[in-house]
Write a protein that binds this ligand. Structure first.
Ligand code: WTA
Length: 647
C-alpha cells in the first residue's frame, strides 16, 4: 500500500448505511461501547453471559476462565457438543431451512436442509463409531470443498473425535507429515475433486502418502465425487457409502468437556515444520457463533457465502461452525473462481441470491484485473454485506469491492484474525462502525489488542508489533505435541501477552491498520506459508546446497515468493533446473508453495555470526531489476559486505 493511498484512505470514511444499521443485530456505537464497558468492568460476568447465550450446555460450567499464562482454560466444568449446537438445536424451529447449498464446479447442485444435514452427520458419526473411532481419536479429513467435508467435521465433533483437515491442495508428502504428527486413526478423503476443469487426484495422493507410511492409520474412508463408480478399493480403504450403509439417522452426541480438543489445524510458523494449532470445544464454539452473528449480521433469510476452503481456519470458523450454529444458509462452491468463465462468482451470487459475501483481497484484486464487464453482466443487488480476510486489503481494491460489487450500498467488514485466534478479533461491526478503506478498524468487545514497541511500551498512535494482552475464549490452547513451541512462539516475546507475528499501526482514532507479518511467515495469495518450509523443501533436492526464501510485494498476490538458491559444486544452473526445483517444491508441499521466482546465487549473504541476511534479500527481491536473468549467479556476498546491519 503506498503512503499516498494510505493518507487518501484515512480521510475517507464510510458510516454504516442507516437502513442497514436499523436492522442490524448490533446497531449503534452506544451498544458497542456498552458491551466493551461490560467486558471491562466484570470480564467473568461478560463472558459467562455470552457463553450462555451462544451455546446449549448439557452441564453448566462452574468457572469462566482459568488463566495461568500462557495457558487458558475456559468454561470449566461445562459439557456441550458443537454438532448438537450446529444441527439439533435448529430441528424444532427450522428443520427445513437449507443449511448447505452446494454447487460443484461442473455445475451439479445439492441442497441439504438442517434436517437432512443432521441425518447425514448422524449416519457418518455412527459409521465412524463402528470403525472404532473413540472420543479423543484423531481423524484426518482431505476432501474437496463438497458437503461431505462439513459432514465429516460435524460427525467427528458429534462423537468427540478430534478432526484435522488438510487442504486438498497440499501434496501427498505434506499430508503424510500432518497425519503422522496428529497420529490419525482414520482418514476421510474422496476419489478426487474438480478444479479448473480437471480432477485433483486426492485418493492417489493418499495412496502415495500411505506408501511412505502413516503407522497409526487404520482406515481410509473414500467419498465418491468425480467418478460414477469408485476405483477399486484396497485393503484398509472403505467407501463412504459402505461406512454409512444401514446406520441410523440419529446419533446420541458425546457430551464433551468444554476443553475437549475439537480440532487440530496445521499452519505455518516462522521456523521448522507446520505446527498443529489446537482448538477446544466450548470457547471456540462460543466465539465463532457470536462473531458470525455480530460481524456478518446473520439473519434467518440470509444466503451467506464465504469462499474459503475448509482446509483453512476461515473454512472451519466461518463456513462450518459459526454460520451453522446460527442456523444460516451457507453456500458451498467447489471449484475455481474463473471456471468455466471469469464471471463464475458473479453468476453464482446472482443465481443463489447471495446476501453476504466473504472473500480474500487476492481474489478481489484478481477480479479487478479481469475487468468490470464481468460483474456488471450480473444482478448483484441481493448483496447486503461484504467481508474480507487473510491479508491487508489495499484501499483501491476496497473501493472497487464497495462500488463495483457492493453497488456502494453494502458495508465492508475487513476482519483481522488468525488460525491461532480461532475467530475474528478486530473488525468493523457493520451496523456500528464507520469504516476507512484498508483498516480492520476496532477490536470486538472483550478483545484487547495492543501495539507495543521493542521495549514493550504501548504505542497508542503509530506502528509496532501487535499483541493481544488478555486471553479470549477461542484462543489456541497449545501446539499439538509441542507445548514448548507454543510457549516460545507466542509468549516468548512477552510472558503474558499473546504475540501475533503481525505488525500494525494505530491512527489518531484508535483504528488498527494491519501492516503484515514481521516474522518469516508470508501470506501468498491469501495462503499462509512459512519461508522455512519452502527452504527445507528446496534443500531436500540433492542439487541444492542452500536456499533462502523471502517475500516480495506483489500487486496481485499481496506477496510473491522469491527463492535464492545456491547449488552444489559442479551442478550447472539453468532454466531447466529452475523448473525442476519449482516442481520439487510442488511435490513436497503443494502448488501453493511454488516459488514465483528462483534466483541462483554464488553464496547467500550472511552476517558475521552466520545468519542469512534476510532483510537484504528482501530488498534485492523487491528491487526494480528483479526480473533479470534468473539463471545468472549473483554474488550477494559483495552486497552483504556493503551492509553493516546485523539482522
Ligand atoms: C493476515 C486467516 C490484514 C495476518 C484468518 C495474520 C490479515 C494472518 C487479515 C493469519 C486482515 C488475516 N488484514 N491481514 N483482515 N486477516 N491477516 O492463520 O498476517 O491463515 O497473521 O488466518 O493473515 O493467517 P491465517
Amino acid at each position: 500500500m503506498s503512503e499516498f493511498s494510505t493518507v487518501l484512505s484515512e480521510s475517507r470514511r464510510f458510516p454504516p448505511p442507516p437502513a442497514f444499521a436499523a436492522r442490524a443485530h448490533l446497531s449503534s456505537p452506544e451498544v458497542y461501547r456498552r458491551l466493551c464497558a461490560e467486558a471491562e468492568a466484570d470480564p467473568d460476568a461478560y463472558w459467562a453471559a455470552r457463553a450462555k447465550e451462544e451455546l446449549f450446555w448439557k452441564t453448566p460450567f462452574h468457572t469462566v476462565c482459568e488463566w495461568a499464562p500462557p495457558h487458558a482454560r475456559w468454561f470449566l466444568g461445562g459439557t456441550t457438543n458443537l454438532s448438537y449446537n450446529a444441527l439439533d438445536r435448529h430441528l424444532d424451529t427450522h428443520a427445513d431451512t437449507v443449511a448447505i447449498r452446494f454447487e460443484g464446479e461442473p455445475g451439479d447442485r445439492r441442497d441439504y436442509t438442517y434436517r437432512e444435514l443432521h441425518a447425514e452427520v448422524c449416519r457418518l458419526a455412527n459409521g465412524l463409531r463402528a470403525l472404532g473411532v473413540r472420543p479423543g481419536d484423531r481423524v484426518g479429513i482431505y476432501l474437496p470443498l463438497i458437503p461431505e467435508a462439513a459432514i465429516a467435521m460435524l460427525a467427528c465433533a458429534r462423537i468427540g473425535a478430534t478432526h484435522s483437515v488438510v487442504f486438498g491442495g497440499f501434496s501427498a508428502e505434506a499430508l503424510r507429515d500432518r497425519m503422522n504428527d496428529a497420529q490419525a486413526r482414520v482418514l476421510i478423503t474422496a476419489d478426487g475433486g474438480w478444479r479448473k476443469g480437471a480432477v485433483v487426484p486426492l485418493l492417489d495422493n493418499v495412496r502415495a502418502s500411505l506408501a511412505h507410511g502413516v503407522p497409526t492409520l487404520q482406515t481410509v474412508v473414500v467419498a465418491r465425487r468425480t467418478g460414477a463408480s469408485l476405483p477399486s478399493l484396497r485393503a484398509q480403504e472403505r467407501s463412504w457409502d459402505d461406512v454409512v450403509a444401514g446406520q441410523p439417522a440419529t446419533c446420541e452426541p458425546e457430551w464433551v468437556d468444554a476443553e475437549h480438543p475439537l480440532f487440530i489445524l496445521y499452519t505455518s510458523g516462522s521456523t521448522g515444520t507446520p505446527k498443529g494449532v489446537l482448538h477446544t470445544t466450548g470457547g471456540y464454539g462460543v466465539w465463532t457463533s457470536l462473531t458470525a452473528r455480530w460481524v456478518f449480521d446473520l439473519k434467518p433469510d440470509d444466503v451467506y457465502w464465504c469462499t474459503a476452503d475448509v482446509g483453512w481456519v476461515t473454512g472451519h470458523s466461518y463456513v462450518v461452525y459459526g454460520p451453522l450454529m446460527n442456523g444460516a444458509t451457507v453456500v458451498l462452491y467447489e471449484g475455481a473462481p474463473t471456471t468455466p468463465g471469469p464471471d463464475r462468482f458473479w453468476d453464482l451470487i446472482a443465481r443463489h441470491r447471495v446476501t453476504i459475501l466473504y472473500t480474500a483481497p487476492t481474489a478481489i484484486r484478481a477480479f479487478m484485473r479481469l475487468g468490470d464487464e464481468h460483474p456488471k453482466r450480473h444482478d448483484l443487488t441481493s448483496l447486503r454485506l461484504l467481508g474480507t480476510v487473510g491479508e491487508p486489503i489495499n484501499p483501491e481494491a476496497w473501493m472497487w469491492y464497495r462500488e463495483t460489487i457492493g453497488g456502494g450500498r453494502c458495508p465492508i467488514v475487513d476482519t483481522w484474525w488468525q488460525t491461532e485466534t480461532g475467530g475474528i478479533l478486530i473488525s468493523p461491526l457493520p451496523g456500528v462502525t464507520t469504516t476507512k478503506p484498508g483498516s480492520a478498524t476496532l477490536p470486538l468487545p472483550g478483545i484487547h489488542p495492543k501495539i507495543l514497541d521493542k521495549q514493550h511500551q504501548e504505542v497508542t498512535e503509530g506502528a509496532g508489533r501487535l499483541f493481544v494482552t488478555r486471553p479470549w475464549p477461542s484462543m489456541l490452547r497449545t501446539i499439538w505435541g509441542n507445548d514448548a513451541r507454543f510457549k516460545a512462539g507466542y509468549f516468548g516475546e512477552h510472558p503474558e501477552f499473546y504475540f501475533t507475528g503481525d505488525g500494525a499501526r494505530r491512527d489518531a482514532d484508535g483504528y488498527f491498520w494491519i501492516i503484515g507479518r514481521v516474522d518469516d511467515v508470508v501470506n501468498v495469495a491469501g495462503h499462509r506459508l512459512g519461508t522455512a518450509e519452502v527452504e527445507s523443501a528446496l534443500v531436500s533436492n540433492p542439487k541444492v546446497a542452500e536456499a533462502a526464501v523471502v517475500g516480495r510485494p506483489d500487486a496481485l498476490k499481496g506477496t510473491a515468493l522469491v527463492a535464492f538458491v545456491t547449488v552444489k559444486a559442479g551442478v550447472p544452473t539453468s532454466k531447466a533446473l529452475e523448473a525442476e526445483l519449482a516442481a520439487h517444491v510442488t511435490r513436497e508441499i503443494g502448488a501453493i508453495a511454488r516459488p514465483d521466482e528462483i534466483r541462483f546465487a554464488a553464496a547467500l549473504p550472511k552476517t558475521r555470526s552466520g545468519k542469512i541476511m534476510r532483510r537484504l534479500l528482501r530488498d534485492v527481491a523487491s528491487g526494480q531489476d528483479s526480473k533479470g536473468d534468473t539463471s545468472t549467479l549473483e554474488d550477494l556476498s559483495v552486497l552483504a559486505a556493503l551492509r553493516t546491519d546485523d539482522e
